[in-house]
Structures are given as structure tokens and as C-alpha cells.
Design a protein around this ligand. Sequence first.
Ligand code: SPV
Ligand code: MG
Length: 431
Amino acid sequence: MKKKKIIYVPLAVDILHTGHLNIINKAKKYGKVVIGLLSDNAIAEYKALPSLGYNERLNIVKNLKNVSKIIKQDTWDYSEVLNELKPDYFIHGDDWKVGVQKKTRKKVIELLKKNKGKLIEVPYTKNISSSFIKSNLTNVLTPPSRTSILNRLIRSKQIVRVIESHSPLSGLIVENLKIENKKKIEQFDAMWSSSLTDSSLKGKPDNQSLDFSSRFNGLGDLMDVTTKPLIFDADNGGRLEHIPFTVRTLERLGVSAIMMEDKIGLKKNSLFKDQSGAAQDTIKNFCKKIDLIKKTRNSKDFLIGARIESFILGKGLQDGLKRAKAYSQAGADLILIHSKETTSKEIFSFAKFFKDSKYYKPLVSVPSTYSKTREKELVDNGFKIVIYANHMLRAAYPAMKNAAKSILKNQRSFELENKISSVKDVINLIK
Ligand code: SPV
Ligand code: MG
């Protein structure tokens, strides 16, 4: 008997739509349909994480009538599956002829040729793709599903890239910005709500004079118009008695993590040279706060970040490691090791011991002063999250000042026109 032909169809299937069914039904006419279901890791390399995790998507595809087999497609490189499965046909949307996947397509064609396989390209229908449907669904992203995105990103990405957003407008930049770099799409994964930039924006010092209630109001506006996850900088968390209310509000807003630092007394920004008067909390007290958040939160996807200030206060590596172990045992989900050195030596010395310890939790870095450190080095040294903690505000401030200066100098705005956004650009951003 003639062997049935094999048709390989790589798919993400985040939102099952008629486009998928058309492809699968078309494939069925050629023979046995094998779906290469893209893993969360593979998808996250090029796009935002899918709304549904791999297992949920697997369950959906498994139940489709014309699917014979499913293979986990863990990369965008199809060499392995093409060499092993040797499909007779490979089906893909024709949108990969341009853009980042162009090279992949070329390689697939070469590999198919080797085994006398054929590529079938189906016309891409813009308004039935998952991305299109998702772009219309963003405003129904409910807090629990939004909250969980950070946890999933940590599990799916080499490094989770976070940038400060101090306003809905800066949040929209983070939401929409994508660049192509070395054949990869790069974007930010999440936002940081910084005490430093929130206070500066209100013309106040970063010493908790801006209270949580005011910050939450602004945060609500930011969460309203964006969908990416957010980490909230909660300074030292405030009074123990107030923590349950803070956690409740943050979860209700859809925030994904609270980051709390182990300092007490009148708060000073950690990047100030003079830390006199700033003291570190006892391990016991700080663990009590962690424990309280753990007991108060509704969902385990609302992550507890413990920020260690030992290096900032000159206490050194051993103190930092001792605290990391205790905070991890108390229930912290993330450990931020802070530093105001100009190189990453200090934080890497910490990571060297912590990354293989049995108390390991995903490590967070804030490279404000050691800004020469590249993300790749952070990954190689065991870091999972990078927070660019103040850069959107620092970029806006000189831009605004220079614009105002130019008008004062020229007594008209004409000289500025090619240095600032057109009104049309701003209108187009907010649609
Ligand atoms: C912030 O952004 O407010 C932070 C980070 O807490 S740092 O300014 O480095 O202390
Ligand atoms: Mg802060």
C-alpha cells in the first residue's frame, strides 16, 4: 500500500480562527497533517507571549478533527523537524516572504529540496490573524490574566526586559515600540512603576512624600491604556498594617509584581551618594512583610520581589547573600540585588553564589549606574529580569527643556519643528 504523505504545518494557534481551519483542512487533502505547535519560548522570541499557554493550545489543537499528530516546535529553526520527519509538504502563510522570517523560509526550501518535499504557501489574510484579533481585544484584558503574564515571561524568555513608564503616554510608547535588530524583533516585555520618576514628575523628592494613593491614581490611568505587565516599586512597602491594602489595590489594577526594598527610616533614593541616616531593616522584620504579602495576595501570579540594599549601604556580599537566602525562604519570588557601582562586578559576584544555590529565585538587575553592561552579560551571569528604571523620564526632561529654550531664544517655534513630533504623530499614537 502506498504510504500516506506527510504535511507539516507550523502554527501558534493562540486564538483559534477560520484561517487555521482553512489551512488544516487544505493540508488534509494532501495526506496526514502534522502540526508543529510553537512553544511559548519560540513565540516570545519574535512576538508578545500568546494569551494561552502551550498546554492549553495543545489541548485545543489535539481536538481538531483533521490533525493526526502534534510536534512541539521549540524554535523558529525547522532544520531538526525537516531532517527527521522528512515531510512531503510544508505549509506556511506567504507573509514570511518578507521581514524577519525571510531567511528561515530560504533554509526551509533548501531542506525540503533535499528530501523532495514541497513548500505550499497560503495567502495571508490580514483580518483573520491571531495578532489582528488580539489587537481588538486588548481592552478586555482582565486583571488576573494580565497579572500572570510576567510569571509566564520569566518562564519563557532568556531575559525579561522592563522599562520605566511614568505616564499613560510613556506606557503607550512601551506598548507599541518594536524594532528589527539583527533579524529579530525587539521590544520591551514589561513596565516599571518607579518611585523616583513618579515623584519627580510631581516635583517631589523620592522620599515617600508622594503617597501610594496618588501613585495608584496615576497607575490606574496607565493600566487602562496598556496591556503589558507592570512591576510596582513600593519602596519599603510602608507600614506592616497597610500592606494588605496596598496588595489588594495592586492586584485589582492588574499589577504583576510588588518590589519592596529592605530599608527603614526616612527613605532616600538608593542612587544618592550620601546614604547617611538610611538603615537596613532586620532580616526578621523584612521577612514578616514578605510573609504578610504572601498571605494577603489572591494569586500566586502576583509576584513578591525582595530588593536587597546591602551593597548600597556598604554591607557587602556576605550580608547580601544571607538576606537573599532568608527572603527566598520567606516566600520572595524575585530577588533584586541593587548596586550603585559603575560596573557590574559587585552584582555578578552576588549572582555567582546565588544562581546555583538551592534558594535561587529569578534575579533582577537595575543597571542605572553600570549602564555599559549588556543584556547578554546579565543573562550569562544568571539574571532573568533587567529594569531600565528611569530612562523614559530622563529622556523627556532634556527634550522638554531644550524645546522651551529654543522658543525663548528664537522668539518663535519654527526652529523646533524638525526636532519635535508633529501633532499628527501624537494624534496617531493615541488611537
Ligand atoms: C526607582 O526607580 O525608583 C528605584 C530604582 O527604586 S533606584 O532609583 O535605582 O533606587
Ligand atoms: Mg524607588
